[in-house]
Design a protein. Structure first.
Length: 232
């Protein structure tokens, strides 16, 4: 297992941390009358919003760049992401949201919110090298279970049952589309799944190769039952 964590900072924005597998002319003397005064002119500077990057943000990108790129995705209809399917059975999720990403080089992310946990987002992803199970943890270890409530990002935890994912998987979020729900917006892309939490101005990049944390999220020592943790 290799763990590489780095923080890249721009002048005004926090960068990223990563779990890797891997911005007046004087009058002449002969004049007999004073020249007419001219009112000073003022100009209002105009600012042009930065265009979103054309490619998916890389590790170390400023949070503003990540947010702009996510928001540039084509808006998905949120009404199509309130059900989950398992073994042909459809479950209505009510206020909760569920979605999966298409199969691609970054792997498949299966994500779902839980209204019993204040609508916090969790995703299952098949990490190439997930964090190892802590010695004091017993039961079924799921190294690819990622919890992202906003101010905290946890990678790897023990779960005796599928929990929120017992209902199955949500609808597929096509590449290039962005889904807004609660405090979140997620954009699907062949490079990775990117999700931002507006309440904490934090973001995460989900990929089989590793998990990247942006914004205020910084690596901290995890509690005994968590594989890796980032916190604001």
């Amino acid at each position: 297992m290799r763990i590489a964590v780095w923080v890249a900072a721009s002048v005004v924005l926090t960068g990223c941390s990563q779990w890797v597998v891997g911005d007046a002319e004087r009058a002449s003397p002969e004049m007999t009358t004073p020249p007419a005064s001219t009112a000073p002119t003022t100009s209002t500077p105009t600012t042009t919003p930065s265009a979103p990057p054309s490619a998916a943000p890389a590790s170390g990108a400023p949070i503003g760049e990540v947010v702009r790129w996510i928001e540039a995705g084509f808006p998905a209809d949120p009404n199509g992401f309130h059900t989950a399917v398992r073994d042909g059975q459809t479950t209505q999720l009510g206020a909760d949201t569920a979605f999966t990403t298409p199969a691609g080089p970054s792997g498949v992310s299966n994500c779902m919110t839980d209204s019993r946990a204040d609508g916090a987002l969790a995703c299952l992803i098949d990490l190439a090298e997930p964090p190892p199970q802590p010695a004091e943890v017993y039961g079924e270890w799921k190294g690819g279970w990622v919890d992202f409530p906003g101010a905290v990002l946890d990678i790897g935890s023990a779960h005796g049952d599928p929990g929120r994912f017992s209902s199955g998987t949500g609808a597929e979020l096509p590449f290039g589309q962005a889904l807004a729900f609660g405090d979140y917006r997620c954009r699907s892309d062949p490079a990775a799944l990117f999700c931002v939490n507006y309440a904490h101005r934090s973001a995460v990049r989900f990929s089989t190769a590793g998990i990247d944390a942006f914004g205020c999220l910084q690596p901290v020592s995890p509690p005994g039952d968590i594989g890796a943790r980032f916190s604001c």
